[in-house]
Design a protein around this ligand. Structure first.
Ligand code: ATP
Ligand code: MG
Length: 245
């Protein structure tokens, strides 16, 4: 579903992605972790062309992201993205947030968009809040609306960038539950997260990135957690730190 070949990116002289390669199969759940500044956000944003890159190739469902002439808005409409900060439109109701891109980008009718949007809102357990504005919802609820909004677009893959790290601790669980259910249904997912419980439960693979934008580890969940002796010292050190909490 997703293929990265030797993707490199620089900001000026600073290299932020260093020959990153990986393949993600349909239905796979891949967790990306690593220290701050290692390029995790940059890496997943290259997948839906939110970040340009200077070298390498990326294919999403066969679409060459790197190629001139690729219809990037169309690609983005098929790749759902959920950020740390929910980025809902504050002046639009929950229902309007769920429907606007379906209408404007996918060309769906208002009725069709509403039916699909509310179905996804129901899925994340928030039907009762359909007429509220984002500011009237908790952080966890806003993030679930953001997930429902992405799902309303019928994405072929979902990208998550630290979706729970801005939430109060008691709201983390409700968002993870939605993500776990999505994974169980076979959605292809790339999740930047340090929620190692989530990684252990539903991650098929774990990618560990280090500063400089290098993929240091890319292995199965069982290998990643079950065989610490085979991990790089850098990765072990990182895991020791985050698993203490
Ligand atoms: N617009 C920019 N201009 C210059 N450098 C940038 C820009 N955006 C990001 N960077 C640099 O690129 C590197 C990778 O950043 P990125 O946000 O991808 O890291 P990250 O692993 O997601 O970090 P975090 O865990 O803090 O979210 C960092 O060194 C960062 O300072
Ligand atoms: Mg980041």
């Amino acid at each position: 579903m997703i293929e990265l070949h030797q993707v490199s990116k620089w900001y000026g002289k600073t290299q932020v992605l260093d020959a990153c390669s990986t393949r993600i199969a349909k239905g796979e759940v891949v967790v990306v972790c690593g220290p701050s500044g290692s390029g995790k956000s940059t890496l997943i944003k290259t997948i839906n062309a939110l970040e340009p890159f200077q070298q390498g190739e990326i294919f999403v469902d066969g679409i060459p992201v790197h190629a001139q002439g690729t219809d990037l808005p169309k690609l983005r409409s098929r790749v759902g993205m959920v950020f740390q900060h929910f980025e809902l439109f504050p002046h639009l109701s929950v229902t309007e947030n769920l429907t606007i891109a379906q209408i404007k980008v996918l060309g769906r009718s208002a009725d069709e968009a509403k039916t699909r949007g509310l179905k996804m809102l129901n899925r994340v357990g928030l039907m009762a809040h359909k007429n509220k504005f984002p500011g009237q919802l908790s952080g966890g609820q806003q993030q679930r609306v953001a997930i429902a909004r992405a799902l309303s677009m019928d994405p072929i893959v979902m990208l998550f960038d630290e979706p729970t790290s801005a939430l109060d601790p008691e709201m983390v669980g409700e968002v993870l539950e939605v993500m776990i259910a999505l994974a169980a249904e076979g959605m292809t997912m790339v999740c930047v997260t340090h929620e190692m419980g989530f990684a252990r439960k539903v991650g098929d693979r774990v990618i560990f990135m280090d500063v400089g934008g290098r993929i240091l580890e890319d292995c199965s969940r069982d290998e990643f957690f079950g065989n610490p002796g085979a991990r790089s010292a850098r990765c072990r050190d990182f895991l020791d730190k985050i698993l203490q909490h």
